[in-house]
Design a protein around this ligand. Structure first.
Ligand code: NAP
Length: 324
């Protein structure tokens, strides 16, 4: 038997290739992949800007949903269980290997498409918004890129914690999507400077936590919108990795500026977060209180088309590959 995966021939050429069935260690599982989530990091990897860590699969793809094909003897899973998992590369394939501690059981009420939207967003949002930035119930959370695969989960997490949620997007349509998923205030960054818009709405200086995936020239706005003791968690650099900021604001507000990348977290840290999201977030999806925003699903062989669509920025919500 064999399985299929997407090989990067060069940045403009992706090929569907065949390889032997996967096997796994005792603390791992092999998953028959139903859907793979597409992430910005995959696009960067294809372009050669984000080489995978040395111990990772060179195949793109960081998250999958599917059923257990092989359960390692210490994995705690059994063959046939419905799961979703954060994988150490290798998600763009019909079979993928995952650490048991980075694999979640998927309740029957959650379909496999929805399940594929969860691992990367759950972990990134939980680790940055809750663990690092310490969002507390009732605080104000600002999410840049609110309609992204990551951002929409952050918006909904904030609402589930009874926080006031402000989110940004680049068009009126996307702002409407933000209102639909519960954002209290959605700001179109192409309409007027964000500082002005926040001042108009009386929220400038009132934000406790910013989840920032854009950086660049928005970094100064992030500091301006913060309340005293506010925290900024930086996870992406869509507007660039260089920023000029007024450090006076950092001092006066006792602000915290932090950042992380999920791929470089230890397995132990990921495992800790996985236990938390399984307890705290999965039930919200199961009950329908949290509904991941989804855009299009592409066939595995059309991975390049899917990534080109992501690069266009036209999407609102998660993009998936159908791998089954
Ligand atoms: N550090 C980590 O561990 C980690 C983990 C996962 C993801 N990430 C990062 O999180 C971000 C979202 O990932 P994703 O996979 O969900 O990608 P995605 O769906 O393509 O989201 C990208 C988001 O960035 C916004 N954006 C793009 N260009 C912008 C600009 N010039 N100004 C303001 N906003 C802009 C887009 O909003 P509009 O379309 O409304 O402009 C969109 O919502 C990426 O930057 C990714 O690298 C980081």
């Amino acid at each position: 038997m064999s399985h299929h995966y997407i090989h990067i021939e060069d940045p403009e050429t992706l090929e569907l290739r065949e390889a032997e069935d996967l096997s796994c260690a005792a603390d791992e599982v092999v998953i028959d992949v139903a859907y793979a989530g597409i992430n910005r990091a995959d696009v960067l990897q294809r372009m050669g800007f984000y080489p995978p860590p040395e111990d990772a699969s060179p195949v793109m793809g960081l998250e999958v949903s599917g059923t257990i094909r092989i359960a390692g003897e210490r994995s705690g899973f059994v063959t046939g269980e419905r799961v979703c998992a954060l994988v150490h590369g290798g998600g763009y394939a019909t079979q993928a290997k995952a650490k048991a501690e980075c694999t979640l059981r998927v309740p029957a009420a959650i379909d496999m498409k929805v399940a594929a939207c969860l691992p990367e967003a759950f972990l990134t949002v939980w680790y940055n918004v809750v663990v690092r930035a310490g969002l507390e119930p009732g605080e104000t959370l600002l999410v840049h890129g609110g309609t992204s695969g990551i951002g929409n989960i952050a918006v909904q997490l904030g609402k589930s914690m009874n926080c006031r949620v402000i989110a940004t997007a680049g068009s009126a349509d996307k702002c409407q999507r933000l209102a639909d998923i519960g954002a209290d205030l959605s700001l179109n960054y192409n309409e007027a400077p964000l500082t002005e818009q926040c001042a108009q709405h009386g929220v400038l200086g009132g934000v406790d936590v910013v989840l920032d995936m854009v950086g660049g020239d928005f970094e100064q706005f992030n500091l301006e919108c913060l309340a005293v003791d506010g925290r900024i968690a930086c996870i992406g650099l869509m507007r660039g990795g260089q920023a000029t900021i007024d450090l006076t604001q950092l001092l006066m507000k006792r602000a915290t500026l932090t950042g992380s990348t999920l791929r470089r977290l230890t397995h132990e840290e990921k495992a800790r977060c996985f236990r938390d999201v399984d307890e705290q977030l999965m039930p919200l999806v199961e009950s329908g209180q949290m509904r991941p925003l989804m855009d299009k699903t592409f066939e595995l062989k059309d991975a390049l088309e899917a990534q080109t669509y992501m690069s266009s920025g036209a999407h609102a919500g998660k993009l998936l590959l159908r791998c089954a």
